[in-house]
Design a protein around this ligand. Structure first.
Ligand SMILES: [Fe+2]
Length: 384
């Protein structure tokens, strides 16, 4: 067995109504001011009013920052860091989907270190800790609340890059399923497939370890059993709880075992065509599973059995094929498109996308089946 380590948020708090613990948790760091990086989706929401009121009642000054974009540009984190410094903030609270949480993590790092986002893109390039963070996800998808990654998409260079550093691990991941009840069906579907992708890729990654396996398998069981319900009936609390727990566990799996070629191939779709991260992964997932399944059929068979809610197939190869079929069926049931043409991506972009995907080095290294630029181009071509 390879040696391994296992990390996540300093503390994980999960449960209905958990968001009401925010003032108490923020109070551990003093009376503020705290910078609250809030998804603009909540700019005029009851949630914002509630957080503002409860922090104020606890005597904690809050500065709200909502210049956050979907697939955030480095500039949003840099602007947030300037605000945090100017106001003398001692803590960053991030509330929202993956883009808001990544912005919160990025700005917290920049508030405690010189330089800008591009200086730290890559692995372990951040010199020291930034401000501590408390992260509150409102989608069941990215798992960003427990990972050491913040991804930014430069509008100027049309490229995507992640800061990966242990200093990005949040102090607290605060998960409240009530916050996900109002998530629209399409967002539930796309972010849920992102979480499923994290778990399936981590379980079949070359860097998988016994602890990441445990959380990945549990995540696949939870998401496989609840995603369709959460999309079809958003108010189903049990489905929402399972999805949020599933995405948390998938995030832990991803943070420790990495992801594979699906995420690498999704990068150019986001960078060049602004396709939301979850949607890009969701469309790619069945194709890459089909490509990879021969590399570790036993592992894919186990995932297939979990998705089917049945015992394992009689042979690993059959089970691995069942795994791909199950993912295709789930995707269809929740309205995920099946082709790159459905996303309006022109075929002529493939010669640009394939080398860009190959450059996403770590997911490519983690892929259980060696994959070349020509393989990637062939996979993209299959998607028309
Ligand atoms: Fe992802």
């Amino acid at each position: 067995m390879n040696s391994f380590s296992f990390n996540g948020a300093g503390e994980v708090i999960f449960g209905r109504g958990a968001v009401s613990r925010l003032p108490e948790l923020a109070g551990r760091y003093g009376k503020g001011p705290v910078l609250v990086a809030l998804d603009p989706y909540f700019s005029r929401s009851v949630l914002k009013e509630r957080v503002a009121r409860e922090l104020k009642a606890a005597g904690i000054a809050a500065v709200f920052f909502d210049q956050i974009e979907a697939e955030p540009d480095p500039r949003s984190a840099e602007a947030g860091a300037r605000t945090a410094r100017r106001k003398g903030c001692n803590l960053v609270i991030g509330i929202g989907g993956g883009s808001a949480l990544d912005t919160a993590k990025g700005l917290a790092i920049l508030a405690g270190n010189p330089g800008k986002v591009t200086d730290y893109v890559g692995l372990d390039r951040v010199p020291g800790p930034g401000l501590p963070t408390i992260l509150v996800p409102t989608t069941a998808g990215t798992g960003s609340e427990v990972t050491f990654t913040a991804v930014f998409t430069s509008r100027k260079t049309k490229s995507k890059g992640g800061i990966n550093s242990r200093f990005l691990y949040p102090a607290v991941a605060l998960l409240d399923p009530d916050l996900t009840l109002s998530l629209p069906p399409a967002v539930t579907a796309q972010t849920g497939m992102d979480a499923l992708t994290h778990a399936m890729e981590a379980y079949t990654s070359n860097k998988a370890n016994p602890l990441s396996d445990l959380v990945a398998l549990k995540a696949v069981a939870l998401i496989g059993g609840s995603l369709k319900r959460a999309v079809q009936k958003g108010s189903d609390l049990e489905a929402r709880e399972n999805m949020l727990l599933g995405s948390l566990l998938a995030g832990l799996a991803l943070a420790n075992a990495g992801v594979t070629a699906v995420h690498a191939m999704a990068y150019p779709l986001g960078a060049l065509f602004n396709i939301p991260h979850g949607l890009a992964n969701a469309v790619l997932l069945p194709y890459v599973l089909e490509f990879n399944r021969s590399a570790c059929p036993e592992r894919f068979a186990r995932l297939g059995a979990l998705l089917a809610g049945t015992g394992e197939a009689s042979t690993a190869e059959q089970g691995a094929r069942q795994c791909v079929r199950k993912v295709v069926r789930l995707s269809r049931a929740i309205g995920i498109p099946e082709k790159l043409s459905d996303l309006k991506i022109p075929r002529k972009a493939i010669p640009q996308m394939a080398p860009a995907a190959l450059k996403v080095a770590r997911p490519i290294e983690n892929n259980p089946r060696p994959i070349t630029e020509e393989d990637i181009a062939a996979l993209y071509r299959k998607m028309y």
